[in-house]
Design a protein around this ligand. Structure first.
Ligand code: GPP
Ligand code: MG
Length: 288
């Protein structure tokens, strides 16, 4: 990674960031759902799925059914990442990308396969960085896809060095103003930022119980919808596509709720989506 000279600061700067890092380093490492799903094809995701599911996966003998459900949930999660990549714009292999909040690396590896680009991922979880770099070796792309223990609010990447930046369900862990300022800085003029996120609905007046429950479950801080557009506008990021993915996101949670993999948060998502207090959004914006 090329770095800009800057005063070195600790990666974790606030109590909130330390809590988030500890969650992903410790609490969320025995996460059977994500590991079982990732084992299907060695693409390990930390986001949800989109699209309808095949009802046949819920039929059959228990063992066969469990395997089928795992494959189906993974297929929906990979479809979500594919949709995100669809919005990164035309890219050529010499361009460089940033995965901000890169988790176990699933979306980065899919991007590398599709575009051939070099990708840097940043995460404040050392566990995730180590896991994802080990995956890069296994996939034989360690020279093209690199993960760093860095804060997405201060990536150290060169100004204007990225043709595209994305956040796949990670912005609920950061201050949007600070994050978008950093993304705007590293993006080349005309570069693209793509965000998939869950956000609360300003119109329903305050945070619903279901949204608060999701925050507590994941130690995150879900932002209201308006906060995204205010922070984009304030940082020279101009939306070109905004899609409400909520209807496409719901079947994933219905299948998860009915499966042996339910973790207990499924009903909160289903309730939040149904009552309209929460949206699953895709936003693509250009650096203008
Ligand atoms: C899923 O991670 C994403 C988050 C924890 C961020 C919160 C996202 C929102 C849209 C509110 P995961 O794949 O590790 O979760 P799980 O283990 O439940 O599958
Ligand atoms: Mg998951």
């Amino acid at each position: 990674m090329t770095t800009t000279p800057h005063t070195p600061q600790p990666v974790l700067r606030t109590d909130f960031q330390r809590t988030v890092a500890a969650y992903w380093d410790n609490t969320h490492t025995g996460d059977d759902v994500n590991v079982l799903l990732g084992d299907v094809d060695e693409l390990y995701h930390h986001h949800y799925g989109i699209g309808d599911y095949d009802r046949a996966v819920l039929e059959g003998a228990p063992q066969q059914r469990e395997k089928a459900v795992i494959r189906e949930l993974h297929r929906l999660e990979s479809a979500q990442a594919d949709l995100l990549l669809d919005h990164l714009g035309p890219l050529t292999a010499h361009q460089r990308l940033l995965d901000a909040g890169s988790g176990r690396g699933g979306t980065s590896f899919m991007a590398q396969r599709r575009f051939g680009c070099a990708i840097d991922g940043v995460s404040i979880s050392q566990y995730q960085v180590d896991f994802a770099n080990a995956q890069a070796l296994r996939h034989h792309v360690a020279d093209r896809v690199r993960f760093h223990f860095r804060n997405m609010l201060d990536t150290g990447l060169d100004t204007g060095s990225r043709q595209a930046v994305w956040t796949n369900e990670t912005t609920m862990y950061v201050d949007l103003g600070q994050a978008f300022a950093e993304f705007a800085r590293v993006l080349a003029p005309g570069g693209r930022y793509v965000c998939i996120t869950g956000c609360s609905n300003d119109l329903t007046g305050g945070r619903s119980q279901a949204v608060s429950r999701i925050d507590t479950h994941y130690s995150c801080n879900i932002h209201p919808r308006s906060a995204y557009f205010n922070a984009l506008a304030a940082n020279g990021l101009t939306p070109i596509t905004v899609t409400d993915l909520t209807p496409q996101a719901t079947p994933y949670w219905e299948l998860r709720a009915r499966s042996h993999l339910a973790t207990g948060i499924e009903e909160a998502f289903l309730r939040a989506y149904k009552e309209g207090s929460f949206h699953y959004l895709l936003i693509a914006a250009d650096r203008t």
